[in-house]
Design a protein around this ligand. Structure first.
Ligand code: ADP
Ligand code: GN1
Ligand code: MG
Length: 362
């Protein structure tokens, strides 16, 4: 089945004017679809869901439909622009939330118009707006019935479990790549003790489970193309019960890095404390005072944890033959791992300042 035939399975009006690859995510495949009707063009987003990673597509789509319906109602009740501020799933002609075609699963979203997502921070103001959007997302979902959510990727941010998986990849060494990554492996092994800090606090009831996004990269939030204001949080595949500090941390890992996630010149990698402070400001404003004292205290640890965990995931995937994260060149996942570990090391150097900024903002 070609892409046009897949588009035709969805309840869209008009004729197809174009279908082209779009976006830079590592997991799903995204296409921009343009439909034409009476001389007018309407855009949509078609995604092939990565079923190697998401095994329960029914559960995943049930989460997304549930969460987006809920957000739309809340935004509408508050007088917001619910068509732009929440994702809208376009059903198939059969009324389903996604379709299966030749073993693959596809879904369609309404395109969020006049909005952009960035792969790198352009200005501190943009980063503040993304933080406000992710913080607001969390407070809007604070009373969402968490027990109805399916765990789309079990143990997604269970960092000690990620460490165990990583050790297994090192031991198996299926690609014979361990020798190429000895330094990186040692770096992570030396930090094993720290990797369970947040999960231990959660088990002890000191950090609450909340409905969180779990993949708060800068390019998972749309900002208004003109005003730069946050419009809509997207990429909802991993909305599940999780830790607020991890949502905070994953944004810092990606957006407050002075280099790209796959930069090979590690001298360019560092934590931009100015951007970090912007994010703390925006996120806390969005959370509207809902974070506990312990969560506030653990924000810097969330940043470091997500950076170490992501580095570990990239490295485990590199050792296992690049089966999870889409790569665009040889050793891409090793390059990505190296930036994360360089950023971790810089966070260690700036640890006291990271803590001080949080206490100043609170
Ligand atoms: P992935 O899981 O692969 O990261 P995303 O859902 O984040 O996939 O989509 C990839 C990119 O496509 C986003 O970064 C964004 O630029 C764009 N995109 C996704 N959904 C929409 C939408 N509804 N409207 C406009 N752009 C979108
Ligand atoms: C993936 O889908 P995308 O590109 O937004 C990954 C995140 C990683 C990120 C690293 C479902 O995010 O967990 O932090 O790559 N998403 C999933 O860039 O594994
Ligand atoms: Mg994405």
């Amino acid at each position: 089945m070609d892409k046009h035939e897949i588009v035709q399975l969805f309840a869209l009006e008009g004729t197809i004017a174009g279908v082209q690859e779009y976006g830079s995510g590592h997991i799903n495949r995204t296409e921009l679809v343009e439909m034409e009707k009476d001389g007018q063009r309407e855009k949509y987003i078609l995604q092939r869901i990565n079923t190697e990673i998401f095994h329960d597509v029914d559960g995943l789509m049930e989460n997304i439909v549930g969460v987006t319906d809920y957000l739309r109602k809340k935004i509408k009740a508050a007088g917001g622009d619910f068509e732009r501020e929440a994702l809208q799933v376009i059903p198939t002609k059969d009324g389903a939330s996604y379709c299966r075609a030749e073993g693959d699963c596809y879904r369609m979203y309404r395109f969020i118009s006049n909005a952009v997502s960035y792969d790198a921070v352009r200005s501190p103001g943009d980063f503040y707006e993304s933080a406000l959007a992710f913080g607001t997302f969390q407070s809007l979902l604070s009373d969402y019935p968490a027990e109805t959510l399916h765990e789309t990727i079990p143990d997604f941010h269970n960092t000690p479990k990620r460490f165990a998986d990583f050790c297994e990849a090192v031991n198996k060494d299926v690609m014979g790549r361990v020798a190429l990554a000895r330094k990186e492996i040692d770096f992570l092994m030396e930090r094993e003790q720290e990797l369970s800090v947040l999960t231990d606090l959660q088990k002890a009831g000191e950090l609450p489970l909340r409905v969180t996004h779990n993949d708060t990269k800068l390019n998972n939030v749309m900002l208004d193309a003109k005003t730069g204001k946050g419009v809509c949080v997207i990429d909802l595949d991993t909305v599940m019960p999780g830790l607020s500090v991890n949502d905070f941390g994953d944004s810092i890992r990606f957006g407050a890095n002075t280099a790209a996630e796959d930069e090979t010149d590690l001298s360019k990698v560092s934590l931009d404390l100015g951007l970090y402070e912007q994010y703390v400001n925006g996120f806390l404003k969005g959370c509207q005072g809902s974070l506990t004292k312990k969560e506030l205290e653990m924000l810097p640890m969330g940043a470091k944890m997500m950076t170490m965990e992501c580095g570990m995931r990239f490295l485990a995937d590199y050792l296992s033959g690049d089966t999870y994260f889409r790569i665009h060149k040889e050793h891409h996942n090793l390059d990505r791992c190296r930036t994360q570990l360089a950023l971790t090391a810089d966070m260690e150097r700036k640890w006291e300042q990271m803590k001080e900024i949080v206490s100043r903002v609170c």
